[in-house]
Design a protein around this ligand. Structure first.
Ligand code: ATP
Ligand code: ZN
Length: 760
C-alpha cells in the first residue's frame, strides 16, 4: 500500500487528508475519494507514511498522469498560507471549474470487451451495481486491462474558426438591398470596424453561433470571409521609439526578473511587452497575460491577434462558457497555446513551459477576488514568478503604492515612460468649488461653458461622476471640511437611522455636530449624487444634445457595453456621462474634454486607500482626453490648492505616491504593515456579534504585537439577510501563527488580506 495526502475539493478544509492506494501514484493526480460519507474529487499533494489509524482507500484515479507539477503544489501551499485560505479550495482553483464536479466524470470504453458500448457518466454507471464499492472494483479491473479510461467530461462544441470578416460594399449599395434585422446588426458592426474576427461577433452577441446570416451576406457579396491563416503575413507591428527600445533591451537582460512598467496613458507600454513576448515565444516559452475587465477582451484580443498572427492564442475568463474554458485549460496545460489572455482566475492555470506572466493595469481592483475564497492575483503572479523562476511584468499608468514601494526598495525593476507616443498630455485645470460661480448645484459656470464650446466644435465631452450606492459623508458648504475620525484619518460615515457619525475602522461614534468644527458654519451638507442626476441637470442646459449614460444601472451585459461603445464611437458631438466604467478601454479620438465632478467624493471615502485610489482614478479618467490631439481636463473640487490637487494638475503621480507613502507609514497601513479584514456574518445579529467577539478575544490573547480593533459594524451592516460584524487588524502578521488559528476555527468567516478596499 502507498499513502497520500489529498486536498479534497469543496470541503473548505485547511488540512489535507490521508488516503491509501495499492499502486504508486504521483502528486498532482486527481482522485475520487470518500469524505464524510460523500464521494468527492481531490488532488494528491504528496506521498506520506502509513498512519496508525484506519485509512480509507482512494476509490478511483481520474488523471493517468498528473496535470500539475511540484511548483504548482508549492504554489497551493504558499497561497493558502499567505491569504489564510483553505488548502482544499486553493487547490481547486488550479483546475478548471467543472472538473471539481464529480458528476462530470465519464467512462470512455476503449474496447467492446469492456461491456460498455458508449461513453457513460460515472454516476449513471454506478446505478448498475449494488453499491459504489462494487462498481469501483469493477471499474478498476477494466482500467487495469486497458478496456476503459476515465475522463472529465467536456461537452462537444463547434470547432472555432478564426475567420476574418471584411465588408465589401459601401453603405449606399447595401441600403438598396433587402436586409434582415440580424444581418443589419452585423453590417453596422462592420461599418465601425471594417474588419472583425468571426469570434468577436459571437462573443459580442451580434449573431448567434450556428446562424446562417454570414452565409447569406457572402452570397449577396456584402461581406467576404477569409480564414485567419490567409491573413498570416499581415502582422501588425510598430517601430519602437528610442525610449521604448531602451526599456525593451533592459527588460530582456534578465530572464526571471519582476518588472514594473510605469508609463503615462498612451505611452506605448503594451507595444513594449508585446516585443518581450515575441522573444520568449521564439524560445518556445508560453505567455500568460492577465487583464482586469472582461470588457477589455475584444479590443485587446484583436490587437494581440494582429500582432501575433502565427501564434495560438487562448482566452480564459468567466464570461466564456465553461466548456470553452476547460478546453483552453487542457490545451494550456499540454503546452498547445502560446499566449493565454485571461482575467484574474487565469493566474492559476498550470501552463506548461510558462515563461512569463504579464499583468496589465496592475492597479485595477478586479485583480483582487472578494469572495469566500479571496486572493490578490498580482500576489499570486509574484509567487509563481518566484517558484517557477519565470518573468513577471506589471504594467500601469498608476501603479499601486505596494509596487512603487517595492520598486523604490529595489525589490523589483522599475521602468518609466513619461511621454505619450502621439501627443502631449492634456492640460488639467482644477476648479475651486468654493470660489467658482455655480449655475446649478452640480456644475460650475466654467464647466458648462467649456462643455458648450467643445460641443460647438463637434467634439465630445466625457463627464465622470461618482458611483451610486456608497456612503454619504458630511461636508461643510462653506469651507469644504469633511468630518473625520481623529484616530484613523478616515472620514466618518453618516448613519441615517441613528443620525450619528461613525468610524467604521475603530468604531468610535459621534453625534452630528450642529455646526462645522472648523469654521462654525451651521450648514453641513450630506453629499452624494449619481450619474442619473447629472444627466437630469445636463438636460436643462443642453436639451437637444446627445447624452450617453454609462453605469451599472444602464450597462448590465457585455452587449449593453458594446452598444454604448458603438454609440460613443459615432462621429459628432455628444456628452458621455459615466462612472468608473469609463476609466478603461475608451480610446475615442474626438473626446477632447473630460470633466470630473465631485472628485472629493472618493477622497472622502472612509477608507485608508482613498487618496491612492482617487489619484489613480483621476489620472486614468484624464487619460481619456485628447488621445490623438491635445485635450483638456476639468476637475471640480472643494480642495483646490491642496498638494494633492497640485500634483494631479501636473500629472505628477510620483509626488502623489510620495505623499501617500508617508501617510501610510505614519498610520501603519499597507504597504508598511498588513491589514487584515475579518467579516463575520449570521442571519441572527446577536450571533454574528457573538462570533466576532469570541474571535476577537481569542486573537487578543494570542497576539500582542499587532493592533486588533474591536468588532464593529461594517458600512453594510446587513447583506442579503445576513448581519455582519468586522474586525480590522493592523501590523506585521505572523502568517504561520495566524494560519494555525484560522485552521482550528471552523465557523464561517470571510478573510481579506490587504484588500484594495475595506468597504465591503
Ligand atoms: N513606437 C510606436 N510607434 C507608433 N505607434 C505606437 C508606438 N508605440 C505605441 N504606439 C501606439 O500608441 C497607442 C498607445 O500605445 P499602447 O497601447 O502601447 O500604450 P499604453 O501605454 O499601453 O496605453 P494605456 O496605458 O492608455 O493603455 C497604441 O495605438 C499603439 O499602437
Ligand atoms: Zn476611527
Amino acid at each position: 500500500m502507498y499513502y497520500y495526502e489529498v486536498a479534497v475539493f469543496g470541503t473548505y478544509t485547511y488540512n489535507t487528508f490521508t488516503y491509501s492506494y495499492e499502486e504508486k501514484l504521483a502528486p498532482g493526480q486527481r482522485v475520487l475519494i470518500e469524505f464524510r460519507n460523500q464521494q468527492k474529487l481531490g488532488v494528491i499533494l504528496s506521498e506520506t507514511n502509513k498512519k496508525d489509524y484506519k485509512i480509507k482507500e482512494i476509490e478511483l484515479v481520474i488523471d493517468n498522469i498528473p496535470l500539475i507539477n511540484n511548483s504548482h503544489i508549492k504554489l497551493i501551499y504558499s497561497a493558502s498560507k499567505k491569504f489564510f485560505m483553505p488548502i482544499s479550495e486553493i487547490a481547486r482553483l488550479l483546475f478548471p471549474p467543472l472538473s471539481s464536479d464529480k458528476l462530470k466524470i465519464k467512462i470512455l470504453p476503449k474496447s467492446s470487451l469492456s461491456g460498455i458500448e458508449k461513453p457513460i457518466f460515472l454516476n449513471e454507471y454506478y446505478k448498475k451495481f449494488k453499491n459504489r464499492k462494487e462498481a469501483n472494483k469493477h471499474i478498476k479491473e477494466l482500467i487495469k486491462n486497458d478496456l476503459i479510461s476515465l475522463s472529465v467530461h467536456i461537452k462537444k462544441t463547434i470547432e472555432k474558426k478564426n475567420n476574418i470578416i471584411i465588408l465589401k460594399k459601401n453603405i449606399d449599395e447595401i441600403l438598396n438591398e433587402k436586409i434582415s434585422k440580424s444581418a443589419m446588426r452585423v453590417i453596422n458592426y462592420l461599418i465601425e470596424k471594417e474588419k472583425v474576427l468571426e469570434e468577436e461577433l459571437y462573443n459580442n452577441k451580434i449573431i448567434y453561433r450556428g446562424s446562417t446570416v454570414l452565409n447569406t451576406l457572402v452570397k449577396k457579396g456584402i461581406i467576404e470571409i477569409i480564414s485567419s491563416k490567409e491573413e498570416n503575413n499581415e502582422e501588425f507591428k510598430v517601430e519602437l521609439t528610442e525610449k521604448q527600445n531602451e526599456i525593451l533591451e533592459d527588460l530582456l537582460k534578465e530572464k526571471e526578473s519582476i518588472d514594473l512598467l510605469y508609463g503615462v496613458t498612451g505611452s506605448g507600454k503594451t507595444e513594449i511587452f508585446f516585443e518581450v513576448m515575441e522573444k520568449y515565444i521564439e524560445e518556445g516559452k508560453k505567455i500568460l497575460i492577465i487583464i482586469p475587465e472582461i470588457s477589455l477582451t475584444p479590443q485587446f484580443l484583436y490587437r494581440i491577434k494582429r500582432r501575433f498572427p502565427e501564434n495560438k492564442i487562448g482566452i480564459y475568463h468567466s464570461n466564456i462558457n465553461s466548456t470553452e474554458r476547460i478546453k483552453t485549460w487542457y490545451k494550456a496545460v499540454n503546452g498547445e497555446i502560446d499566449i493565454i489572455v485571461g482575467t484574474r482566475s487565469a493566474v492559476w492555470i498550470p501552463i506548461k513551459d510558462l515563461g512569463m506572466i504579464i499583468i496589465d493595469e496592475e492597479h485595477d481592483h478586479s485583480l483582487y477576488q472578494f469572495d469566500q475564497i479571496s486572493y490578490d492575483a498580482v500576489e499570486i503572479g509574484y509567487m509563481r514568478a518566484k517558484i517557477e523562476n519565470i518573468k513577471l511584468i506589471l504594467s500601469s499608468a498608476t501603479p499601486t503604492l505596494k509596487e512603487m514601494k517595492r520598486a523604490f526598495e529595489n525589490k523589483i525593476n522599475l521602468y518609466e515612460l513619461k511621454e505619450r507616443v502621439y501627443t502631449e498630455m492634456p492640460d488639467i485645470e482644477i476648479i475651486d468649488m468654493k470660489k467658482e460661480e455655480k449655475l446649478s448645484w452640480i456644475f460650475t459656470k466654467k464647466v458648462l461653458e467649456e462643455i458648450k464650446e467643445t460641443l460647438k466644435k463637434e467634439e465630445k465631452v466625457l463627464i465622470f461622476s461618482p458611483t451610486k450606492g456608497y456612503a454619504n459623508y458630511l461636508i461643510c458648504t462653506n469651507c469644504g471640511n469633511v468630518l473625520k475620525c481623529e484616530n484613523c484619518d478616515v472620514s466618518y460615515t453618516y448613519h441615517r437611522y441613528e443620525n450619528k457619525l461613525k468610524c467604521h475602522y475603530c468604531g468610535s461614534e459621534k453625534k452630528v455636530p450642529s455646526a462645522c468644527p472648523a469654521c462654525g458654519n451651521p450648514e453641513l451638507q450630506l453629499r452624494g449624487y449619481g450619474t442619473e442626476r447629472v444627466v437630469n441637470e445636463l438636460l436643462k442646459f443642453f436639451p437637444n444634445k446627445k447624452i450617453i449614460r454609462m453605469d451599472r444601472e444602464i450597462i448590465k451585459t457585455n452587449d449593453d457595453l458594446y452598444k454604448a461603445f458603438e454609440e460613443i464611437k459615432k462621429e459628432g458631438p455628444a456628452i458621455v456621462v459615466g462612472t468608473k466604467m469609463i476609466t478603461k478601454g475608451l480610446d475615442i479620438a474626438d473626446i477632447k474634454l473630460v470633466v470630473i465632478l465631485d472628485s472629493d467624493r472618493y477622497l472622502n471615502f472612509p477608507e485608508y486607500t482613498s487618496q491612492e485610489h482617487t489619484a489613480s482614478l483621476l489620472i486614468q479618467v484624464a487619460g481619456r482626453s485628447g488621445r490623438r490631439e491635445k485635450g483638456k481636463v476639468l476637475i471640480q473640487t472643494f480642495k483646490s490648492g491642496s498638494p494633492f490637487f497640485e500634483y494631479i494638475k501636473e500629472h505628477d503621480f510620483d509626488n502623489v505616491i510620495e505623499l501617500e507613502l508617508n501617510n501610510r507609514k505614519k498610520y501603519k497601513y499597507p504597504p508598511y504593515s498588513d491589514l487584515l479584514l475579518l467579516i463575520f456574518s449570521h442571519p441572527n445579529q446577536e450571533q454574528a456579534l457573538k462570533e466576532a467577539e469570541e474571535f476577537y478575544k481569542l486573537l487578543e490573547k494570542k497576539f500582542t504585537e499587532i493592533e486588533i480593533m474591536e468588532p464593529t459594524e461594517p458600512l453594510i451592516s446587513k447583506l442579503r439577510g445576513q448581519y455582519r460584524y468586522q474586525i480590522v487588524i493592523k501590523g506585521n502578521i505572523d502568517h504561520d501563527k495566524f494560519y494555525e488559528i484560522i485552521k482550528k476555527y471552523n465557523k464561517k468567516m470571510y478573510v481579506y488580506l490587504n484588500p484594495p478596499t475595506t468597504l465591503l
